[in-house]
Design a protein around this ligand. Sequence first.
Ligand code: FE
Length: 249
Amino acid sequence: MTRIASHRGGTLEFGDSTPHGFAATAAMALEEVEFDLHPTADGAIIVHHDATLDRTTDRSGAIAAQSEAEVRGATINYGAGGHPLTLSELCDLYRPATVNFRCEIKPDAEGRPYSHFVPRVVAALGAFGMLERTTFSSFLVEVLDELAANTTRPRLWLVSPPVLRQLGATATIEVARAHGIPEIGVHVDTADAGLMTAVQTAGLDFGCWGAHSAAQIGKALALGVKAFTTDRPSLAIALRARWLKENAA
Ligand code: FE
């Protein structure tokens, strides 16, 4: 069965990376919650998509340049008054739940990997009892290499449309294999049966991200990808249930 990942806690249903979106996702009949991590200046790990607070909160500036208290002082737009969660708080929400983690390691505001961040994330997930329920993702091959050096947990490479266009399917698969990356995720609009077959024939798993509309979710289900991320988890759950019923016969 194709796995559903609630993207940033279900952005189009609950706002971007909001506490109530993550709380709602924890109780849903889906398999994974996708989230992104950034470090603060004083050593905390924050769950937030952007490297800065500017776009989605009432505050501004890079998370990495501020203290945990400063970041927690931000109110998230459409977030019911909530502030960005720490990784510790997110783990508290999901330890009692059955939904597992899809953890994306983000670069800094300039697009560069944070130094010595991956080992800290791995250690924190271990300490908070969620490492064995985590799959890691990143757009950056350098970060995926760093993950491999720090954990045996599954990793997947998020391949952006321009990278896929520039490399093509064959070279994309070669890069993944050369770096021991077992799974590729592409934007759902760039996915097709030919690409999926090529990836799977190479022994890699194939998934999608960005499946937010009914048509995009339907496409991911019809292809039978391993997993997809969606900003509309409730819609995805309903469409998957309908798809399974219609295709049961
Ligand atoms: Fe992400």
